[in-house]
Design a protein around this ligand. Sequence first.
Ligand SMILES: *Cc1c(COP(=O)(O)O)cnc(C)c1O
Length: 375
Amino acid sequence: MRPWNFSAGPSTLPLEVLQQAAAEMTDWGGSGMSVMEMSHRGKYYMQIRDEAEADLRELLGVSDDFAVLFMQAGATAQNALVPLNLIGRNGSGKADYLLSGSWSNKSYKEAVRYGDIAVAASSGEETELDGGRYAPWTWFPAVDTWRVRPDSAYVHLCSNETIGGVEFMDWPDLAELGAPGVPLVIDASSHILSRPFDFSRAGMVYAGAQKNAGPAGVTLVIVRRDLIGHASPACPSALDYANVSQADSMFNTPPTYAIYVAGLVFKWLKKLGGVEAIERENIAKADLLYGYLEQSDFYSNPVHRPVRSRMNVPFVLADESLNSTFLAESEQAGLLALKGHKLVGGMRASIYNAMPLAGVQALVDFMRDFEKRHG
Ligand SMILES: *Cc1c(COP(=O)(O)O)cnc(C)c1O
């Protein structure tokens, strides 16, 4: 049996997907070619690309009001491409950012180079909530505290902070904050396809594929068509959403193999019953792991309960001197990549769509046994 891989990204892929890619490696569909060897404009690849887009649209319930783009350079490049493409939308040159952890802070720091960027709200301070004290970046600012300028070109947030393990899903209607018509731009890299998204509340959703949707090398950009077409002259042509959209993501050679494998992941997910079905599985996995952490004094998770991520579960051992023993023994037990991000320390279990309940059960069994021996 393969070990269970809890890597935060690139991360575990469904075994069936890897096996299918292996079976088709040297001859895709009787074409006599590997997908890697095909023209991106040939009939075989066009079919692969078109099915990938159609399947992604179906899974997420994305209407034709949105363009679905397969881009390169990662979610990190979107930190610049979002302002370069969108901030000229209404002539204000303004955008507002929610700061809730490492990734949203990176987005903000990049964006300030391109416009009048303000912080809408931040969880960067210790706070008191529901009678408990929470450290910086372990909670999410309540919607009624957001300051959104009515003439902003957009509001940016990260809906799942991969490092801190904070997930925020109550995307508001900004009209209620006095900013009707200001679109939300959402970095959903680490939980796209893990649950239904309400696209009526979103102007744009983007995600690097390598957490939950496929291999590294392709970035999914789903953007409302009426928001594009106002890119700054400084925006590279190949990364102008209008150009990419017009060319069906073939403005230049796309990352063909990464899109193909992502397409296999979409088909795998459809076969399982789509995002509603995988959401039920993800809730069961998260309940199992958080439930165990809750009742233990040996381990703990620092995040405010309503915004605990179903995908990325950071936890610490009460006795940090046991960290290296925990990591060595877990690896021996076939549980890989549990070391936490250096910014938060401790451990992190990333339990994306491709991690089955059995993998989380194996982790909890190991943790219980470790606690028994060292607690
Ligand atoms: C991993 C990650 C990124 C960065 O993705 P790259 O593809 O490496 O640029 C950005 N945002 C979030 C939330 C992530 O998890």
